[in-house]
Design a protein around this ligand. Structure first.
Ligand code: IMP
Length: 429
């Protein structure tokens, strides 16, 4: 089966939405396998702009969307997003959206704890989206989580709420934050049950059937490898595994079902939230990238930090994430810059490394080693073939391929879906 998985190869916001949308038009099923409504995908389809956080992007293209068990599901966020799409003329229901019944739920106490903890961290805050993602994953691993299927069993919800509140109210009290009452939470969940349960099913069965029928499945990653809870710039990461390997565990398929793994990378680098960012630019060039690239978070509206392309980091993401081909986005943002820099490694406490170290202090101390390249004067915006690109832009792409040790399989040259250069159909196997 020729499936495709798409993951971010930097710190998120690489323009996955557009690429996933482009690929979704060639797929039959689109699966989210990790993260939650901390993700933000902007899709521009036929002049309409859709902003999705939790729903698989393929829904906009009339495809079947599946939310896997690896996702943490905020019921209010889900229903709100469905409502918003409905208002834009797009009907979402159990006919085009299925949710793993074993997906853990985000409850109101999760964002409350997320925010209270961030406030308590002060200067050392992670810079989370405040959506309760971390606390919800903690409850999943702590074996306390209320899962979608539990909503059919009021007794289970009641018993789990007792356990959850014992844990959370102690923490909230300790942090000086308001505590939660069981009755209100229970009633809210029971009211949500009839609205959510029609979407619930063991999605692994559907995916198994899809596999036997040879259907094309697209696994849509959220966040990115450098935000992976194991492999990213810990602790400044999200709370899930963002690598392609998690597409299997996060949806209930075997590793051989994942297929081709595409890593999305911007032609430069951005990051939201705190944490190390060796190639960050605090100068006019950094501001220019931010303005031209419209670098504001889809979810939180926060301005993104901007910097040069970090090939050492993307190489690491390629290796760890299992990336077989890169999709390079937003090349046009670099149009007209006289000189470009690419980071090829780091100087860390006197040592030269080709990878970002894991230890916190070493990570913070990593100084980029740059290679300079001449920029190009022409425009790359809207190009639909390599022949339309300035020679120097092609040189930049080729150098990136060499340094990250992966081929560039697709190039996105504007927010419009069709302004895409694909060297081959990723679903062709
Ligand atoms: P959390 O996922 O809300 O816990 O946030 C943890 C870190 O991941 C923070 O630095 C966030 O800014 C970052 N993050 C979470 N989701 C995204 C995303 O979709 N794009 C970029 N960064 C994200």
């Amino acid at each position: 089966m020729a499936n495709v998985a798409v993951i971010g190869a930097q710190w998120g916001d690489e323009g996955k939405g557009k690429v996933v949308d482009w690929l979704a038009s060639r797929a039959e099923i689109v699966v989210r396998f990790q993260g939650g409504h901390n993700a933000g995908h902007t899709l521009v389809v036929g002049g309409n702009t859709y902003k999705l956080s939790l729903l698989p992007s393929g829904i906009v293209r009339g495809k079947l969307g599946i939310i896997g068990n690896g996702v943490v599901l905020d019921p209010d966020a889900l229903l709100g997003e469905i409502e918003k799409l409905r208002a834009q003329g797009l009907e979402v229901g159990p006919h085009n959206l299925r949710i793993a019944e074993n997906a853990p739920l985000i409850l109101p106490l999760h964002p409350a704890l997320d925010r209270a903890r961030e406030a308590a961290r002060g200067e050392d805050k992670i810079g989370t989206t405040g959506r309760g993602i971390g606390p919800a994953y903690e409850d999943k691993v702590g074996r306390r989580a209320i899962r979608l299927c539990d909503l059919a069993e009021p007794e289970t919800v009641s018993a789990k709420l007792d356990e959850l509140l014992l844990h959370h109210n102690a923490l909230l009290r300790g942090l000086g934050a308001p505590v939660f009452e069981k009755a209100a939470l229970f009633e809210a969940l029971m009211a949500l049950a009839p609205r959510l349960l029609p979407y619930a099913e063991p999605v692994w069965e559907r995916l198994d059937a899809a596999r036997r029928e040879g259907r094309r499945v697209l696994f849509e990653g959220a966040q990115a490898v450098m935000l992976d809870v194991d492999h990213g710039t810990y602790p400044y990461v999200t709370s899930s595994n963002t690598v392609a390997g998690n597409a299997a565990a996060g949806s209930g398929v075997g590793p051989d079902a994942i297929g081709l793994v595409l890593g999305i990378a911007k032609a430069y680098t951005t990051r939201v939230g705190s944490g190390p960012f060796p190639t960050e630019l605090h100068d006019a060039t950094g501001r220019l990238l931010g303005e031209r690239g419209r670098e504001f978070g889809t979810v939180t509206g926060r301005p993104r930090r901007c910097g040069w392309f970090d090939a050492a980091m993307v190489r690491q993401a390629v290796k760890i994430g299992g990336v077989q081909g890169l999709v390079l986005t937003k090349l046009d943002v670099l149009d007209g810059l006289p000189e470009l820099k690419i980071c090829t490694g780091y100087r860390v406490n006197g040592e030269v490394l080709r990878r970002l170290p894991f230890a916190m202090r070493a990570q913070a101390a990593a100084e980029p080693i740059y290679e300079a390249m001449e920029g190009w004067s022409g425009s790359t915006r809207g190009a639909r073939s390599y022949a339309e690109l300035p020679a120097q832009a092609v040189k930049y792409i080729r150098r990136i391929e060499e340094l990250v040790e992966a081929p560039v399989m697709m190039l996105s040259t504007s927010p419009e879906r069709d302004d895409t250069i694909a060297l081959r159909d990723p679903f062709a196997g």
